[in-house]
Design a protein around this ligand. Sequence first.
Ligand SMILES: CC(C)(COP(=O)(O)OP(=O)(O)OC[C@H]1O[C@@H](n2cnc3c(N)ncnc32)[C@H](O)[C@@H]1OP(=O)(O)O)[C@@H](O)C(=O)NCCC(=O)NCCS
Length: 164
Amino acid sequence: MTLNPALTDKHIRLLQAGPEDFETIKGLLERCGLYTSSVTPEGSTYWIAELDGIPGGCIGLEHGVGASLIRSTAVVPDFRGHRLGRALVLSALTQASLRGDETVYLFSSKAGDYWQRFGFVPSTPAEVEAAIPDAPQVKSGVLRGWIQDEQVWKRAMPQPRAAG
Ligand SMILES: CC(C)(COP(=O)(O)OP(=O)(O)OC[C@H]1O[C@@H](n2cnc3c(N)ncnc32)[C@H](O)[C@@H]1OP(=O)(O)O)[C@@H](O)C(=O)NCCC(=O)NCCS
């Protein structure tokens, strides 16, 4: 098997963000041209991905009841293509699975092809609003009126069957 050299000589590390890391997260999002207004540690888990010790990407998971919302997936341009994005997405999906979520949603109008790689399929604003109305990004979309114009994606989370 031929390995891509760009993927073999770099060290990726994921860190779960604490409240003190949100300035770093907002800086990463701004460098990627993404909104930061409803980014909050309340009811959410965020991760930062480092490449060779330098913060290069982030992701958030907003928690609902039986469902979560992935948001703020961003890798700064110079760090793209090293699988930081993949590491971040898999971390968020793992936590969603561990907390027992049946469905994970996200908003993405421009990167649908990326999300389909992870098993996401199209959904609707009405569905995400009904499933996780209190998620900060959903509330922001309703309040600011952009939710109807966004493409929503969802992924069913297989849960292990109870023994016996
Ligand atoms: C999408 C993003 C997070 C990917 O980060 P990354 O660390 O480069 O991702 P990975 O290294 O895990 O994956 C790279 C692969 O994804 C593909 N890809 C990247 N952005 C894509 C997009 N918008 N649509 C489809 N595919 C995309 C690349 O072409 C590459 O393909 P390959 O594996 O065939 O070479 C990054 O490009 C980014 O921050 N983009 C701007 C913000 C954004 O679009 N966020 C996600 C939408 S909410």
